[in-house]
Design a protein around this ligand. Structure first.
Ligand SMILES: [Zn+2]
Ligand SMILES: [Zn+2]
Ligand SMILES: [Zn+2]
Length: 760
């Protein structure tokens, strides 16, 4: 008989932890396999870990015992553990950090030790012990051991407490943090299946049918391949996903659908739950921890056939995976921007490869990387060039704001308030757009106004001395919010009331510069007093469920004009929308980001695509100061291929993705001199390493160091170095060296971002 293993390698799901070895108690021998959650002793506490492997010979004979097994089955299967190892290697993150990212937030049960006084005001000889007893007494006879240890860092608190406990003066209580029992079965969080989304009644286009045929053959032979479904807005990509999932299900396989931000797309959620009633698992960050926990075990238990969720759902514990769908694959929200900096779309492809299942990426405006992968033959391109039911794509017109600026400014009515005047109003909306809005409202159709900047005004400035209100903690200007009567930082929590005069020169002539969505909403209310106007941005949707409620009103036609930031660009399918206005469309072109043109093209294509999805054709007005920019030219022509070719050439010249790969190194700390010095030292060391003859076969560029575009964020100064090369393996080697070169310290921290998205 096979002898049961005696030792286990266990990792604690927390940011800095590497695996540790523990002994498997006799009683648990044979029943403990990889992927189980266990309780393990660690220093003075008991904590939760996940078993990575079991074996018989330990290099550490003095390993401590595992305290308990927590569940009746593994929380992670071997395939997900393999994925965890891949993430740890590729994104240069400790395995503990990766598991903390993968597992639902309350999967850790840790113990709390409390010291409890057993007698009134005890007196002992040892002054150190007396101090501890006094401290416990001051806390009503009960204090967490952790708190005591923090208060007396120079003492061996555990040893002193053990002595006091032995003499009966105190007792040490250990208790695990509470955790709800897992519930298995239909979850309360699944919305009721809505009516009217049956598969019947959809006439499939030839392109949809062909795409399904190609995907279907791969589903049949159950092999990995990545498809890119490039379908214009309104071309019925969702129907292709749903039928492919049905196909996988008919073969007895489960599916995973990733979508950018689930709260933004209640419609898609409705459609999926209507199609697979009672068999859908939902995982996203808007669920409570308890809801996510119960969804997780429902999926582990095999009670669902389809899991839908945002980025982190890529780690959903589905076995027997038949298909992974990544909707709006170009969306930046797939990139995690703190903790483990992974890209959910890229992880989905690796997961599909490990699971031998096809991966279907979908977009109207694919990421350059994905489209290039099709051209290189790594992905297969499937096209849907037409909208369903032969609906035309919207017509897009460019309005040149420079011409409007030169025209005489009409006097706008101004409300009687004491607040600083707005910038002598360049009209936010051109006369053409205003006229179209009026007509559209008169015809009882819906309009959408897009401006990718929230708040009332971008910043506040003193006309007399030029003073601009800035965040004291971040190197950014403060945004004016009229409703809250405050100016606020959009990068930290700093907020202060609007002042009546300049703190520098005491002058009262302040002006608000640059309009945001709040101001657009106010202007529209004056222009169309009868219309029902709503605004959707982070300021109006912070309350749980408010965004979904707003979208449902919009979908039911209870809003005439919707104003919003990029939140309104996502895949809402509202058939009454026939007019879209994009204001200051070049805002995102001016960001210091090599993807600025791509982001602008994608965002405006998405926004434009919201119109004309019903029986009436759509019309789009794009107002811009850069009417000749190539991104806008291709936008007007609905020419993705043209945009791709032009943008791709520019990137090739600079070795930027998709023709090169990047690793972004950011150093930050509270003292600017220390950060700069460390950045200089690191860049020099990396260059020396590359100069060594045996150093590297692939040419790698080390760019920088330089201050980050946002030099200070939340009171930490930031410098950056960019590594650019052709092959990720050589880049990762160099990044690993960087990690080894910068010691872990509070003074300067190094953040490594592989395949970075935002480098501000
Ligand atoms: Zn704000
Ligand atoms: Zn001033
Ligand atoms: Zn700030």
């Amino acid at each position: 008989m096979h002898e049961p293993h005696k030792f286990a390698r266990v990792v604690i799901p927390s940011p800095l932890d590497q695996p540790l070895i523990y002994r498997i108690p006799e009683a648990a021998a044979g029943q403990l396999t990889v992927g189980f959650r266990v309780l393990i002793p660690l220093q003075r506490r008991t904590v939760t870990g996940v078993v990575l492997e079991t074996f018989n010979e330990s290099p550490l004979p003095a390993a401590r015992d595992i305290v308990a097994i927590l569940d009746d089955r593994p929380i992670l299967d071997p395939a997900l553990l393999k994925l965890a190892h891949w993430l740890s290697q590729y994104y240069l993150a400790p395995l503990g950090a990766v598991l903390a990212t993968m597992l639902p937030p309350n999967s850790r049960r840790n113990s709390k030790k409390t010291a409890v006084l057993k007698t009134e005001q005890p007196i002992v000889d040892d002054p150190l012990s007396q101090q501890l007893l006094d401290q416990i007494g001051r806390r009503k006879g009960k204090i967490q051991v952790k708190t005591l240890a923090r208060r007396f860092p120079e003492y061996n608190v555990d040893r002193l407490l053990a002595g006091l406990a032995a003499s009966g003066l105190i007792e040490i209580e250990e208790r695990l943090t509470q955790q709800r029992r897992k519930s298995i079965g239909p979850a309360a969080t699944e919305p009721p299946a809505p009516q009217g989304w049956s598969a019947q009644g959809f006439e499939m286009t030839a392109a949809q049918t062909e795409a399904l045929r190609v995907i279907g053959s791969r589903l049949e032979d159950g092999r990995f391949e990545t498809f890119l479904l490039h379908g214009v807005t309104g071309s019925g990509k969702t129907e292709v996903y749903l039928r492919a999932i049905e196909h996988a299900r008919s073969l007895g396989r489960r599916s995973l659908i990733l979508i950018p931000e689930i709260s933004l797309t209640p419609q898609l959620l409705d459609r999926v739950t209507a199609r697979f009633p009672g068999r859908v698992g939902v995982l996203h960050s808007a669920l409570t921890a308890a809801e996510r926990w119960s969804q997780w075990w429902r999926i582990v238990g095999g009670h669902v056939d389809v899991v839908i969720g945002a980025r982190s759902a890529v780690f959903a514990p589905i076995d027997n995976l038949g298909l992974i769908v990544v909707d709006e694959e170009h969306d930046p929200s797939y990139k995690q921007e703190d903790g483990v900096l992974y890209n959910g779309r890229d992880v989905a492809i690796v997961r599909g490869k490990f699971a031998d299942c096809p991966v279907l990426l979908g977009s109207a405006t694919p990421a350059l990387e994905s489209y290039e992968n099709c051209r290189q033959g790594r992905y297969r391109l499937l096209k849907i060039p037409q909208r369903v039911e032969q609906r035309p794509l919207p017509t897009i017109e460019i309005t040149d704001l420079r011409a409007i600026d030169r025209a005489p400014v009409p006097q706008s009515s101004r409300s009687q308030t004491t607040e600083p005047p707005q910038e002598p109003a360049r009209p936010l909306l051109s006369n053409t757009l205003i006229e179209l809005l009026r007509q559209n409202f008169a015809a009882r159709r819906q309009s959408l106004i897009f401006l990718n900047r929230r708040g009332f005004a971008n910043f506040l400035q003193c006309i007399a001395c030029g003073h601009v209100w800035r965040c004291p903690y971040c190197s950014v200007t403060l945004t004016v919010h009229r409703q809250q009567k405050s100016i606020a930082c959009h990068h930290c929590e700093y907020r202060r009331p609007v002042t009546a005069f300049c703190p520098e020169c005491k002058n009262e002539s302040l002006k608000q510069v640059g309009a945001g969505t709040e101001q657009v909403e106010a202007v529209l209310r004056e222009l169309l007093p009868q219309a029902r106007i709503a605004r959707m941005d982070r300021d109006t949707t912070s309350r749980r469920g408010s965004q979904e409620a707003l979208l449902r009103r919009w979908g039911k036609g209870e809003v005439d004009v919707m104003v919003g930031t990029q939140m309104i660009a996502k895949g809402h399918d509202v058939s009454g929308v026939t007019l879209v206005g994009a204001l200051l469309a070049d805002l995102s072109l001016n960001l210091p980001d090599f993807r600025a043109a791509e982001r602008t093209f994608q965002l405006l294509s998405q926004v434009a695509g919201r119109s004309g999805r019903g029986d009436d054709p759509g019309r789009v007005i794009v107002q811009t100061y850069a009417p000749d920019h190539y991104a806008l030219k291709y936008l007007v022509a609905h020419d993705y291929q043209g945009f791709f070719a032009a943008e791709s050439e520019l990137r090739r010249a600079l070795n930027y993705p998709p023709h090169g790969r990047l690793v972004h190194l950011r150093l930050d700390g509270p003292k600017v001199a220390a950060v700069e010095q460390q950045a200089q030292r690191l860049a020099a060391a990396l260059r020396r390493s590359l100069a060594r003859p045996a150093g590297c076969r692939e040419p790698i560029e080390v760019l920088g160091p330089a201050p980050s575009p946002i030099e200070k964020l939340r009171n930490r100064f930031r410098w950056q170095i960019l590594l650019k090369g052709k092959q990720s393996s050589a880049l990762l080697d160099l990044a690993r060296q960087a990690r080894a070169l910068v010691p872990r310290s509070r003074a300067v921290r190094l953040h490594i971002d592989v395949d970075p998205y935002s480098m501000l």
